[in-house]
Design a protein around this ligand. Structure first.
Ligand SMILES: [Fe+2]
Length: 226
């Protein structure tokens, strides 16, 4: 049986955000400060989402791993310091750009921002892959799926509604049909109906009509009595 993977949805959402922002950054002509702001808005949303994600993992996931593998947690904590350095240098560059007045300076700073964003993205893609590779086996070995779902629920319960909606949107954009079916069936079975209906609306808005129809035909299948 496939075990519960608490990283799937959120990591796919975060990767989708990274890819989208990276594409916008590389399409931006930085001499134009209005165009640059459109890219910066995405970059800042990415930085904010990764900060929150690191905080959730530090306070809920790593303590669960630490009980069984302290050395591994130390390794991840030092990676979080490196991550913070990368995001701070990106934030500094955005700040510098906003104080520039000449096209050539903006272009030079924009290219430094593009480079720093790629560095941040590569680091985080590797970091997320490493979490899935190294943390999951420890979690699976020492916790049941019900316990892992409970940790996940604790994280979700502390996320403000607006932020949850943004995450759900990016999750929907980043996942495959099988992920969506599992996710929506889970919400349908365990959450109040208005939450399921909100998720259906997100799916309808973010997916192609044909993917939406395929997914809904399975999600809406009546549950067979055993
Ligand atoms: Fe993560």
């Amino acid at each position: 049986m496939q075990r519960f993977n608490s990283f799937t949805l959120i990591h796919k959402a975060l990767r989708a955000m990274l890819y989208d922002a990276a594409l916008t950054v590389q399409q931006t002509y930085f001499a134009d400060s209005n165009e640059a702001e459109t890219a910066f808005e995405k970059v800042e949303t990415v930085l904010h989402s990764f900060d929150n994600h690191a905080h959730h993992e530090d306070s809920h996931v790593l303590p669960a791993v630490e009980l069984y593998n302290k050395q591994l947690v130390d390794e991840f904590e030092s990676e979080h310091i490196k991550d913070l350095q990368l995001s701070n240098s990106l934030r500094n560059l955005l700040n510098i750009y906003r104080h520039l007045n000449f096209s050539e300076e903006r272009i030079a700073c924009g290219s430094a921002i593009a480079k720093a964003f790629v560095e941040f993205m590569v680091f985080n893609l590797e970091h997320m892959a490493k979490e899935e590779l190294k943390l999951l086996p420890v979690l699976w070995e020492n916790y049941t799926d019900a316990q892992l779902m409970a940790i996940n629920q604790k994280i979700i319960a502390n996320i403000p509604q607006q932020e949850m909606m943004t995450s759900a949107t990016w999750m929907m954009r980043g996942i495959n049909n099988s992920d969506a079916i599992k996710w929506m069936k889970g919400v349908k079975a365990t959450a109040p109906d208005f939450m399921f209906q909100a998720l259906v609306a997100t799916a309808e808005r973010e997916l192609t009509p044909s993917r939406f129809a395929t997914i809904m035909s399975i999600v809406e299948e009546p549950v067979m009595a055993v």
